[in-house]
Design a protein around this ligand. Structure first.
Ligand SMILES: Cc1cc2nc3c(=O)[nH]c(=O)nc-3n(C[C@H](O)[C@H](O)[C@H](O)COP(=O)(O)OP(=O)(O)OC[C@H]3O[C@@H](n4cnc5c(N)ncnc54)[C@H](O)[C@@H]3O)c2cc1C
Length: 614
């Protein structure tokens, strides 16, 4: 096959195109079929939906379940909880919308065969914490994927979506997407009336703690490559809270989860000298954030803050005290199973480092920052809210539609709504799917028009790195060093270094300031210039190139939002050295950005936070 000739173009027409078949994408596909019986619903995924996305390995707990059937929690309680954890800033309309529907999603999972643990005394779902229920979840993703597969007109696996297509006749309307098959190289043109982006969050935009041989060992899935942000940003969709990156406290080197240990096994942490340390930092934290430190539960970022301060004071490492709990054989089993169902790597790391938590208290560390919209963080696209609940200013169309017509999002893609997790992401997919069906039905004959010129130009751009490599490899000077092209791994490492050193990564203890951010943006602009010189040896590397494109534009959004918000709202996630305190008077608001693809300029603005729930 020649590089620009002989490659087959596959055209796919859909009413609804779902990009990314993870939790939210499966929810969107399933629900679109429910409301749109006669519609053509297509799901496109870069891996295989059977085992793709952040839930690929399985999970041990569903972290968002109200338990309304037993009067355990109400949706309002969840909104208060998420608002508290995010230091006051969440889209309460969107969060409420998920919380009121999430239980029905979990009941469906159980119906489809997901084993949910039950409390033998009450018969209710076994709680791990106030919002979490415990599951035997190794097969969580295949179970959810089966529902989507049965609902979809067709699922296209192994297609890396690189760009969205815009309507040739209407300036702000989406018309589909393009991408390529990572196995065959075929070019795919999807024409669709509505598009739902559900492509997960972003790892590997900041330099990870584990580099070299351990590079893939990050908390967040290494394949979560920021397409959820890159695709909408490039067509001018507004983004929100992109500065709100998340840093996780996890078991060192394996990133095994700590939630079950705290909540279920009742373990606790101590410093290197066996002392309790969180209380020591109370006054310091209060001086930064005021009363937020007195909230219950203490916001996630503030707990990180105490750990970071203690380590910086020279009293590390911080350890999880497991030796006591693990004397109970039941708790010991639960402690190990907690990893074996979802983070097997942690058990392997412990084995390789001679750590038996029954005899050694394992170390904890803080991760590099990640960008996502569904965990204890809320970066993502700015979306229209539910008709019956959202304030007028948050409503410009259909529920979960972005600021681009016909472009919807769910899960990690949508900003402002933290703590949705796996069940909430699936639920938000369902909400977006239903709204997209309404959009398509209302369109009637207003079918979007795709310009052949546009997708043929994109085709050339997409495959160019193969050509760059083919020509440039003849000039290799040593090993993989070529004067003419940049390999995707080199580009990725450059990006990670810039973000790490200038935008608040691990090497600066999450510290940045206006001067550093301005310089970081200059360096990102230089990397952007070099992106036309990427070289790809094969289709796998070509996928890496396009993942890097998405990571880069999302990183730029992170840097711009961080520069715009002149305060330190979430100490423990990142710090602005020039604005070290939380500033509710000026910054109790959302930050919004919009990228103009014609000029390459970004416009920043504030949007009000409406507190709908007392
Ligand atoms: C380490 C970790 C632990 C977690 N633990 C829990 C837990 O215990 N309980 C819980 O309830 N939740 C947990 N979560 C949260 C949960 O996994 C996420 O909330 C959920 O997966 C988000 O759904 P999503 O669909 O937005 O993203 P994902 O499920 O990640 O799906 C995104 C999909 O998009 C695809 N994709 C990406 N880019 C492209 C592209 N360009 N073209 C085509 N396809 C693309 C991906 O391959 C993937 O299939 C955890 C998350 C992480 C990262």
């Amino acid at each position: 096959m020649g590089l620009f000739g002989g490659r087959r173009t596959v055209f796919v027409d859909a009413d609804i195109l779902v990009i990314g078949g993870g939790m939210a994408g499966c929810g969107a596909t399933y629900e679109s079929r429910y409301w749109g019986r006669d519609l053509k619903i297509v799901c496109v995924e870069k891996a295989n939906i059977e085992r793709s996305g952040a839930v690929a390995q399985g999970l041990y707990a569903i972290n968002c379940y109200m338990g309304m059937q037993w009067g355990e929690n109400q949706p309002e309680d969840h909104v208060r909880y998420a608002r508290n954890d995010l230091m006051g800033l969440v889209r309460e309309d969107l969060g409420y919308d998920i919380a009121r529907h999430v239980d029905s999603t979990v009941h469906k999972f159980e119906e489809w065969g997901l084993p949910i643990m039950r409390d033998p005394k009450t018969g209710r779902y076994q709680r791990e914490g106030k919002w979490q229920i415990m599951i035997h979840g190794e097969s969580y993703k295949p179970i959810v994927a089966e529902a989507a597969r049965k609902a979809a007109t067709q699922v296209y696996n192994r297609i890396m979506v690189t760009h969205l297509l815009m309507d040739a006749t209407k300036p702000n309307r989406v018309a589909g997407a393009v991408g390529f098959n990572v196995r065959t190289g075929e070019f795919h043109v999807f024409r669709a009336k509505a598009v739902i982006v559900s492509a997960g969050g972003a790892s590997h935009i900041f330099k990870p703690r584990a580099v070299g041989e351990g590079m893939g060992r990050t908390w967040y899935a290494p394949w979560s490559s920021a397409s959820a942000y890159g695709l909408p940003i490039l067509v001018g969709a507004k983004m929100t809270q992109m500065e709100n990156r998340i840093v996780l406290t996890r078991f060192k080197d394996g990133y095994g989860p700590v939630g079950a240990y705290f909540l279920h096994l009742k373990t606790y942490t101590e410093n290197g000298y066996g002392e309790e340390y969180e209380k020591r930092w109370y006054e310091d934290t209060k001086a930064l954030v005021g009363d937020y430190v007195d909230r219950h539960p203490v916001p996630t970022c503030l707990r990180n803050h105490a750990l970071l301060k203690e380590v910086a004071a020279g009293r590390g490492p911080i350890r999880m005290v497991t030796k006591e709990a693990f004397q109970d054989p039941h708790k010991e089993v639960v402690g190990w199973e907690n990893f074996l169902g979802m983070t097997i790597g942690q058990a392997v790391v412990w084995a390789s480092q001679n750590i038996d938590p029954k005899h050694t208290n394992p170390e904890l560390t803080t991760s590099e920052p990640y960008v996502m919209g569904s965990h204890a963080t809320c970066s993502g696209a700015w979306a229209s809210g539910p008709e019956d609940y959202a304030p007028a200013e948050y409503q410009w169309g259909y529920n979960r539609m972005m600021t681009v017509d016909g472009l919807f999002g769910a899960g990690d893609t949508i900003g402002g709504t933290a703590h949705k997790f796996s069940s909430g992401s699936f639920t938000e997919g369902r909400i977006a799917g239903k709204a997209a069906v309404n959009y398509v039905k209302d369109l009637k004959n207003g079918q979007p028009q795709v310009s052949e010129q546009e997708y043929r130009d994109l085709e050339k751009e997409i495959y160019q790195p193969l050509e760059n490599y083919r020509v440039g490899r003849n000039e290799i000077v040593a090993g993989t060093v070529s004067p003419s092209y940049l390999l995707p791994l080199h580009g990725l490492q450059r990006l990670e270094k810039i973000m790490d050193e200038y935008v608040g990564g691990i090497s600066t203890m999450y510290m940045t300031n206006g001067v550093l951010l301005e310089r970081g943006l200059e360096l990102l602009a230089l990397l952007k210039e070099d992106m036309s010189r990427m070289g790809a040896e094969d289709l796998h590397q070509l996928q890496r190139v396009w993942e890097l494109h998405h990571r880069l534009i999302a990183s730029e959004a992170v840097a711009r939002h961080t520069l715009y918000r002149e305060e330190t709202r979430w100490p423990g996630y990142y710090y602005r050295g020039d604005h070290p305190k939380l500033d509710d008077q000026n910054w109790h608001c959302f930050t919004l950005s919009r990228y103009d693809r014609k000029t390459g300029e970004w416009a920043m603005e504030k949007a009000p936070v409406y507190h709908i729930i007392d």
